[in-house]
Design a protein around this ligand. Structure first.
Ligand code: BDR
Ligand code: CA
Length: 318
């Protein structure tokens, strides 16, 4: 079983990533940390608690609230045109019966990794602020992750917030730079693969017929939450009835690495102020001198990835 920590800014696709992690029989989620991004950290925390409750996965999942803003910059605020006013596409879930821990996200990550060195996979699908703060608290954790899979950035595909930058890395470039400069074993699941891995309205209507009885409620929630996400991608990318599965793909790849082709390339993060803020600079020169080796996912078997994602709704195991 894959023991996992998740760092999220829940978020429509974050919600799906959390559901996949909780409902996949191959994963045990040992905790979820929250941050700002798609929405503010309080809303992201509440959304995360509610999604966990709705998943009803049969075990308890602690949630630790994290950073409210970037290390050195100002959080520009939520993006209701992408993720709705409540961050989860204005879909409604019952309030959570439990609360987040008192412990901060960074302290939680440090504690969990020190309790199980070499055992935990961390998947981050939001800004890298919490991980950077955890590394500041205890730099020794850098070598104690089994691996760290990061949804963020792009190598060849265009950016989604500037022509060259992706939202999670742009949202806190200094944090991303700190993580890239550390010894953390990074796999980047960036726009090169996530933009290709699209859920379609057709998938959802087909799936609707096969949903396991104990997954119907959570499926209906996700279906409702996704509508605004489809609208945003129709408008922003000209995707007709399709939306990319950024965050779920990171979790899927973390436990199914054969679904992607990866290439290891030296890389660093740009911390400038313009279009290149948070851009991944890959040094593809023969005699590379910039950055350190990072594994980048560059191609994906998107059909298998989507089938894997949807399988959590048809199997009633958890
Ligand atoms: C990332 O930005 C957020 O909107 C999504 O949740 C995902 O983590 C994609 O660039
Ligand atoms: Ca996210």
């Amino acid at each position: 079983i894959n023991r996992m920590l998740l760092d999220v800014d829940t978020g429509i696709d974050d919600a799906l990533a959390i559901l996949y992690a909780l409902l996949s029989p191959a994963i045990k989620v040992e905790g979820i940390t929250t941050g700002f991004g798609n929405t503010d950290v309080d809303q992201a925390t509440e959304n995360t608690l509610r999604v966990i409750q709705a998943a009803n996965c049969g075990y308890e999942v602690p949630v630790a609230k994290g950073a409210a803003g970037p290390l050195k910059r100002t959080f520009p605020g939520a993006v209701p045109h992408i993720h709705g006013h409540n961050g989860i596409g204005d879909a409604v879930l019952p309030p959570s019966r439990v609360q987040a821990l008192e412990e901060s996200a960074a302290a939680f990550i440090v504690r969990k990794v020190n309790e199980s060195p070499g055992e935990l996979i961390l998947v981050t699908v939001g800004r890298l602020t919490n991980l950077a703060l955890a590394l500041e608290l205890d730099p020794s954790i850098a070598s104690k992750f089994k691996k760290v899979v990061i949804m963020g950035g792009t190598v060849y595909a265009p950016g989604n917030i500037t022509p060259v930058s992706e939202a999670n890395l742009y949202g806190d470039p200094e944090a991303a730079a700190q993580v890239f400069e550390s010894m953390v074993p990074i796999t980047i699941v960036g726009l090169d693969v996530t933009q290709q891995t699209r859920l379609t309205k057709q998938h959802l209507s087909d799936l609707s017929r096969d949903v396991a009885p104990n997954k119907r409620e959570v499926f209906d929630f996700m279906n409702a939450a996704l509508q605004i996400y489809f609208d945003f991608y129709a408008f922003s990318n000209d995707f007709d009835g399709e939306c990319p599965m950024h965050d779920p793909l990171a979790v899927i790849v973390a436990i199914n690495p054969s679904l992607v082709r990866t290439e290891t390339i030296p890389a660093a993060i740009d911390c400038g102020d313009g279009y290149t803020a948070g851009m991944i600079i890959t040094d593809r020169r023969v005699r590379a001198v910039v950055g350190r080796p990072v594994a980048f996912c560059l191609e994906v078997d998107q059909e298998k990835a989507i089938a894997e994602l949807l399988s959590i709704f048809t199997k009633g195991e958890r």
